[in-house]
Design a protein around this ligand. Structure first.
Ligand SMILES: [Zn+2]
Length: 410
């Protein structure tokens, strides 16, 4: 019965879209949260040519009646790994063939957009570009993908083989230029080791200045994996534009990021929890050792405490990234729920971070991240009021990306 009802609903929707007169699609929302800190009741949004044309009040019929729902801008995740997936044996498959990885990526990106995320930033590998092309060529469901197309570390651009010598600043600069040539829209670099290996600084100040200076000269943003306070400080002072993770950030470096206008992307609610939930699927691969898992378990209360201090740091621009890896795709919103429930962030602030603040961090605030005229029609409707109960963000009922309906299961 439910299936028949759903089928009927869907065909009516399709019909509604077909008979819609030229001049746009309209959506009525019971509540609108605009992504820039505003909210209001009973709104009609008009969409023309994939863009939001008008946000106001109107009576009369609409294309999509979402008066029982809350409408928000499409969600944004600034730190994902789209190609990370579990293989046929159920285990993490870092070494799959390009075809296997893209197949995993297609599934991951479908799960991501179906749960309200219309833009993701991958930090990132060359395969992202092939994945994006496949989604576009075959009009498969997925979010807009921004990618770093690779990563820089202390050996990038240097000689291969073992023992390796750390690269010179000139070699690092060349590696940055090569990434740009291969399609990087931002540069991702590692200023510190993984949390599983202690998170200590790995790139020197000279290397960081070379990477972030060269990227800036090319007009590219720089996202820096940095856990220790020393690695965060060195990255900020080298002119890098965004810090990822920051698990061991002190009040001093949180304030330094705020003063320098550096975006901060703490990942406190999904990545560590997902690894622990999926431990048998990762254990024994690379640095996913018992010691590595012990370090991640210890890190959870540490990152929650760090996040509480980050929220209280005046003018700190906190963006929304999850570090989604295999097992986490499609569950990206869990980060927001932990930030609010355990980290003390106000729901409205979490939503601004998830939308307009993250758009600003990608220099896309004129295209996405808000429900406002002139922006792309990336819209999500959820069941409930996320300002009263943040878990409402999980209950996605409708997703539109660039004016195209991706999901409608009301
Ligand atoms: Zn990552």
């Amino acid at each position: 019965m439910l299936r028949i009802l759903l089928a009927l609903t869907c065909s009516c929707l399709a019909l509604a879209a077909v008979i819609q007169p030229p001049g746009g699609v309209t959506i009525r929302a019971g509540r609108l949260i605009d992504g820039r800190g505003g909210s209001r009741q009973d709104v009609v949004v008009r969409i023309d040519g994939g863009k939001i044309a008008r946000v106001g009040n109107a009576s009369g019929p609409v294309t999509y009646d979402l008066s029982a729902y809350t409408l928000l801008p499409g969600f944004i995740d600034v730190h994902v790994h789209p190609l990370w997936h579990f293989g046929p044996d159920g285990r993490f498959q870092p070494g799959g063939t390009p075809e296997e990885r893209i197949r995993g990526g297609v599934d991951n990106m479908k799960a991501t957009v179906m749960n309200g995320f219309t833009t993701v930033q991958s930090v990132g590998e060359a395969g992202d570009i092939a994945l994006r092309k496949k989604l576009e060529d075959e009009t498969l469901p997925g979010p807009r993908i921004i990618t770093s197309a690779g990563q820089i570390n202390e050996y990038s651009g240097g000689q291969r083989g073992s023992p390796r010598q750390p690269s010179t600043p000139d070699q690092i600069r060349e590696a940055v230029r090569n990434l740009k040539t291969s399609g990087a829209e931002l540069i991702k670099l590692f200023a510190s080791a993984s949390i599983r290996d202690g998170g200590k600084q790995t790139m020197t100040e000279a290397q960081l200045q070379a990477a972030c200076g060269e990227a800036k000269a090319l007009g590219l943003r720089t996202l820096v994996h940095a856990h220790s306070p020393e690695s965060i400080k060195a990255s900020v002072l080298a002119g890098c534009t965004q810090i990822e993770h920051g698990n061991f950030a002190t009040d001093e470096v949180l304030t330094l990021m705020a003063e320098k206008g550096v975006f901060f992307d703490p990942n406190v609610g999904l990545v560590l929890q997902n690894y622990i939930e999926n431990k048998p699927k990762y254990l024994g691969i690379g640095n996913y050792t018992e010691e590595g898992f012990a370090a991640m378990e210890r890190a959870i209360p540490t990152v929650i405490d760090m996040f509480k201090r980050a929220v209280k740091t005046p003018n700190l621009k906190i963006v929304y990234g999850t570090d989604a890896v295999a097992g986490a795709h499609g569950r990206n919103i869990e980060e927001a729920i932990v930030r609010v429930r355990d980290g003390g962030q106000k729901p409205m602030d979490a939503i601004v971070s998830l939308t307009s603040r993250s758009a600003e961090s990608m220099r896309l605030q004129d295209r996405i991240g808000a429900v406002a005229p002139g922006l792309d029609a990336d819209l999500v409707a959820v069941d409930g009021d996320p300002l009263a109960d943040v878990t409402a963000l999980r209950r996605v009922a409708f997703v539109m990306r660039g004016g195209t309906v991706v999901r409608s299961d009301r």
